[in-house]
Design a protein around this ligand. Sequence first.
Ligand code: C5P
Length: 224
Amino acid sequence: MSSIIIALDGYSSCGKSTTAKLVAKQLHYAYIDTGAMYRAVTLFFIQNHITLTNPKEVRKALDDIQIGFRLHPETFSNDTFLNGMNVESEIRKMYVSDRVSEVSAITEVRRDMVAQQQRMGKSKRIVMDGRDIGTVVFPEAELKIFMTADPLMRASRRQEELLAKGEMVGLPEIIANLEKRDYIDTHRAEGPLVQAADAVLVDNTFMTIDEQVELVVRLADEQI
Ligand code: C5P
């Protein structure tokens, strides 16, 4: 049985993380949510008033940032740590979502994150979700999925997620945020969000979570 890398890319709030963590759980693979890494960097930049247009300040900030994860084995969800502090709930808030794509478009930031992600996947047996996993981080990944879903469906899923965490946000604000992030993510110079030529396109608008997991596990089994 061989070990593989599963790269799961796609637009914001397509349910990538939910599917990715359940696939990882079923295959006994590691799971990395790369969006959480960019969110943690963004939180640090906000808290420390980093000037995004100042490369020296950005470099120094990146050197001061340590990101870690702690896995909950029952749910396979991760808590994200920024310099030893659990920031899992903070990085999901709207004020971070509002700034994250701007920060993620910075070349220095991307290079730093990509290098860390490549180290995490060195021994394979990993499911990684993000925007550039199949194109930049692991262009040689054995299985690449590109996820998409109807924008309104994505927005209402996001709204439910935020509500479950006690943040009440109206649909128009969520739709505007998703549109803004998708626009910046697909138009940036470094590592833009684009479907890899060899990725399997999955539109999950009318799929249940179980169906998505089953599909990805079946595709993975064909590679393993
Ligand atoms: O996955 P999530 O929606 O939490 O990602 C938040 C943001 O982080 C994205 O909108 C994108 O700007 C950035 N991101 C990225 N590259 C990745 C993962 C996330 O640029 N691999």
